[in-house]
Design a protein. Structure first.
Ligand SMILES: Cc1cc2nc3c(=O)[nH]c(=O)nc-3n(C[C@H](O)[C@H](O)[C@H](O)COP(=O)(O)O)c2cc1C
Length: 137
């Protein structure tokens, strides 16, 4: 499995690493890839697209790298399952509701409710359990 993320201050990155740990605990390998190292065809052979990005701008995805990446993969992921996660600060999670709806619009199936955590994840178990759920899809 592959997890592609963007993280400004490390909160979503921490989530990505813990989620990967949870997936590994179930016996499946998941590589964690910073979006700056990601390429548009990297999910071609994957059944599940796992993506993480924090709430940026005004309830949007990070616009420099992550938003263009989503645009790049948007025409290549129809029919795949999608799992989303990310950290937020002062909002109510609107960025994630919009993002999930957008991915469904690309023909993806959202099989697990996205995981959102305010600021830094303090409860490691929450992300690890989320990873275990992904492994069980
Ligand atoms: C430029 C900027 C814009 C942000 N916009 C939002 C926002 O619209 N809604 C929100 O809930 N949090 C917002 N935040 C807070 C971040 O989502 C929050 O600090 C998060 O934990 C950062 O995670 P990261 O370290 O993975 O980037 C913003 C933070 C920055 C720096």
């Amino acid at each position: 499995m592959k997890i592609v993320y963007w993280s400004g201050t490390g909160n979503t990155e921490k989530m990505a690493n813990l989620i990967s740990e949870g997936i590994s605990k179930e016996g499946t390998e998941a590589s964690v890839i910073n979006v700056s190292d990601a390429v548009s065809n990297m999910f071609d052979d994957e059944d599940i697209v796992i993506l993480g990005c924090s709430a940026m701008g005004d309830e949007v995805l990070e616009e420099g790298e992550f938003e263009p990446f989503i645009e790049e993969i948007s025409s290549k992921i129809s029919g795949k399952k999608v799992v989303l996660f990310g950290s937020y600060g002062w909002g109510d999670g609107q960025w994630m509701r919009d993002w999930e709806e957008r991915m469904i619009g690309y023909g993806c199936q959202s099989v697990i409710d996205p995981l959102i955590i305010q600021n830094e994840p303090e409860d490691d178990g929450m992300c690890i359990d989320f990873g275990k759920k992904i492994a069980a899809i």
